[in-house]
Design a protein around this ligand. Structure first.
Ligand code: FES
Length: 135
């Protein structure tokens, strides 16, 4: 019964519907269509637009997933919170750079991975530089 109905729609009603549509034979003919003729074309144009979109959708760039909003992508993910403590007395060199982009392979110390991150994302993050005054 269902297949019979579908078959009738495809073989009888669809061709009859398409035959009644005011399809112009030239591109310029679209400009001469009346408003009521355009309204009669709308369902077909909508279906064609939907089919076109569904066809090209797999090739469109994917939206960034929610995961992209994470700041920390891989550092100490087993911990509920990443905390680093450094005693001020242990700062021996004049300048120490600490990572603020969370991409450093030597976290919490900056390894300049922020440069690549900024190039890829357009971000502008950089390290926290602690300077020690040498008296
Ligand atoms: S590597 Fe992260 S701020 Fe430099």
């Amino acid at each position: 019964m269902v297949l019979e109905t579908i078959s009738r729609i495809i073989k009888v009603q669809l061709p009859a519907y398409l035959k009644k549509l005011p399809l112009p034979e030239t591109i310029g003919g679209f400009a001469r269509l009346t408003v009521s003729e355009w309204l009669r074309l709308l369902p077909l144009l909508g279906i064609l637009a939907l089919l076109g979109y569904l066809t090209i959708r797999p090739f469109l760039p994917k939206k960034k997933k929610q995961r992209d909003s994470l700041i920390n992508l891989k550092i100490q993910k087993e911990n509920p919170k990443v905390v680093n403590e450094i005693d001020i007395e242990d700062l021996n060199s004049a300048n120490v750079c600490y990572c603020r982009c969370w991409r450093s392979k030597t976290f919490p110390v900056c390894d300049k991975s922020h440069i690549k991150h900024n190039e890829l994302t357009g971000d502008n993050v950089g390290p926290l530089i602690l300077k020690k005054k040498i008296l």
